[in-house]
Structures are given as C-alpha cells and as structure tokens.
Design a protein around this ligand. Sequence first.
Ligand code: HEM
Length: 429
Amino acid sequence: MQDQPPSACPHATPATPPKPPAPDLFTWEFASNPYPAYAWLREHAPVHRTTLPSGVEAWLVTRYADARQALADQRLSKNPAHHDEPAHAKGKTGIPGERKAELMTHLLNIDPPDHTRLRRLVSKAFTPRRVAEFAPRVQELTDRLIDGFEERGEADLIHEFAFPLPIYAICDLLGVPREDQDDFRDWAGMMIRHGGGPRGGVARSVKKMRGYLAELIHRKREDPGEDLISGLIRASDHGEHLTENEAAAMAFILLFAGFETTVNLIGNGTYALLTHPEQREELQRSLSAGHTALLETGIEELLRFDGPVELATWRFATEPLCIGGQDIATGDPVLVVLAAADRDPARFENPDLLDLSRRDNQHLGYGHGIHYCLGAPLARLEGQTALATLLRRLPDLQLAADPEELRWRGGLIMRGLRTLPVTFTPPGR
Ligand code: HEM
C-alpha cells in the first residue's frame, strides 16, 4: 500500500460521516435547475470530487467562503500545464478552440507575472471611461434589435435580442467594420452551439475568426483609429507593447469572455423577471418614475440569483492544499461553483429569494481576485440597457411557454436558455 501524503489541512480531517448518495450532476434535469443539487452539496459535500461528462475528475467547491478563498488563492494555477491528467483534458477553459497553441496565452489561462503584464496592458485600452462613452451606441443597437420584431407581437428573445446584442456591441467596441459584423454573428452562432452544428463547424469558425482578427490587427497597425483594437496596439507599459499575436489572442478572449456571458445575463435576467411578476412590476414602476437605483441593484441581484457563469474556469493545485477541510493533491483540477456559492445561506439572507433591491450583495458572478471579470463595466452597461429598454418598450411582455418546457444549455461553465419565447402587444394596438 502507498503511503498517504501528509494532510495540508490544519486539523486532521475527521472520518466522513455516512451520507446519502450525491445527486446526479450534469443531467438534463440538473441543467434545468441545478440549485437543489448545489444546496445538497453545500450541506453534505462542500468540496466534492466528481467525474465530469468528459471523464476528467475535478473538485467542485460550493460554499461561498471556500469559493472566495479558492478564487484568490494563487497556489491554484490557471495554467493547464499544471494538470496531472492525460493531455486530452488539458487546456479546457470552456472557450471553443482554445487548445490551439496560439490562443493559449489569454488571460484566463495564465498566471503572474505574465498575467499581471498582459492584464495591465489591456486595462490601459479597455477602460471604464471607454465603456461609458459607448453607452449611446449600446442604446442604439438595443433599439434597433427591438425595432426588428416589435410589430410581430412575439419573439424569441434569445435569438433575436440577447444573442445579437453583445456580438454587435463587442464588434463595434473592438473596431470590426459594420459590413463584416454579420460574419461574426454567424461564426459566434456556430460556436455557441458547441458542436451542435455541422461536424468541424466550431473549429472552422474559430479559425475564420482568428484569421480575420489577425488581419484586422495588421490593418489597424498601419491605420489606427479610436477603437479598442487600436488601443490594444498602442497600449504600452514600461516601453512594452503587445505583440500582434498577443493582441489577436486578447481580442479573441474579449469576444469570447464577453459574448455568451452577456447573452445569458440578458436571457436569464429577463426570464427571472418574467417569472417574478412582483419584482418586475416594482422595477417597471421605478424606471417609469425615472429612477435607476433599482435597475442597478437589480442587475447585480440577477447575476447572483441565476448568473451566466455557473462554474468559474479551471484551476489546478500547484502544491498540496486544503480547501474547506478537504485535502487537494498537486495537479488536481478545482472548479469553483459560483452558482452554488451565490446561493449560500451562510452568506446571503434568503438566498433563494429574488430581491432586486438587495444591498448586501457581494456576489461572485464576476469572479474574485486577480482574474475578476475585466468586462464587468461593459456587461453592466449592456445588461441594464437591454432590460430597461425591453420593459419600457414592451411593457406587457409575457413568457409564451411553460417554464418547465424551456430548455437550458447543458454546457459545463455557462448557464443559459436555448430559447426564450415571449409575446407582447405591438405598439399602437
Ligand atoms: C454578465 C456578463 C459577464 C459575466 C457574468 C462574466 C463573468 C466572468 C467571470 C466569473 C470571470 C472570472 C473567471 C475565473 O476566475 O475563472 C470573468 C473573467 C473575464 N471576463 Fe467576464 N463576464 C461577463 C462579461 C464580460 C465581458 C462583456 C467581457 C469583455 C468584453 C469580459 C471579459 C472577461 C475577461 C477578459 C476575463 C479574464 C480576466 C482575467 O483573467 O484577468 N467579461 N468574467
């Protein structure tokens, strides 16, 4: 028998009391409503070893205090080279095509000091001020999308609204010319289906997008503008600049970290409002009175209550460590379950209640620590503009399906609806 390595936990872990078998994870029922299973895990197995659908074993961290600590723990590396598993599992951060070598140098896959350098450089170009200046454009895009379906009195808000808004917004911000943006919409559509499209379609889309971005960066270097890509090229730190490859990887991660997440913020957020009519009416009343405070706290609450990112991206133990009383071995993958942590009754009062006015709401929906979401100001802008404009322009918006019938995407990292059918009274009727 092999010797057990010494425990990294300060107090020897007590013998695990007998517990009922853990609920089935990663089934369709779980994808529809994972929260009862997460409540079980928080209570009985807060740091739980599970086998993912891919066959990889990982630890799931579900309590808020442990989750927050793990997100900030630099002994948990983002670099998949620290994973002790077979090569096929390496490099999975949930971003399609990321295993391509040239895409591996993005922020979510690297540790300090490289992460510090790249993040500082991109932060110089992707500033909250640049995002704030972008507000009128986000409003214009939002209105244009609603113009496209409002006469019909019905729509699928995922395909016609939540999906195109972030892709057009990020294309505009990056400086992708308008005439090319529909290509991006098609490529992104292929990727979001995660292989549901034609065989090899995802890989082909990633390749096309990468090729396009590389060429665009090259053109912007010759002829810079006021857009974010030109800002990335110009950004310098102690005389250091991003290489063309780094700038392309950065543009790609901005697109991908900022695309499906925002689709799901708008989709999950609208769904939560439609299924909580009192909360939605209160928000409508406050917006009609010209107040934005409830919208601002409301978006944060929607992120906490049913956020777009269910699990944070992969982390790997670089040394033996202890999380929530559980020994984690070097090389073990750790997945922080943001959706479980944000419903932890030890941190949030009435965590299963949607309360748009919630103030004590330090949720983990945007992560925590050095990988905290770089795009949070843009996500807030898009989420607030989308929901406020929907409620203002389509005040009697109703869900046009039984909630039980709605299908959720079964992806590992993200949580979002496949469709969101709605009806409403067209204007002037
Ligand atoms: C509601 C929408 C969004 C949510 C819920 C969200 C959530 C997150 C989370 C949880 C992380 C940390 C992941 C981890 O530590 O494993 C993250 C990181 C990141 N997000 Fe977002 N995000 C959103 C929108 C955006 C947007 C719009 C952009 C950019 C256009 C963006 C860019 C990034 C980047 C670049 C990182 C990596 C930061 C780093 O590693 O330093 N995100 N996001």
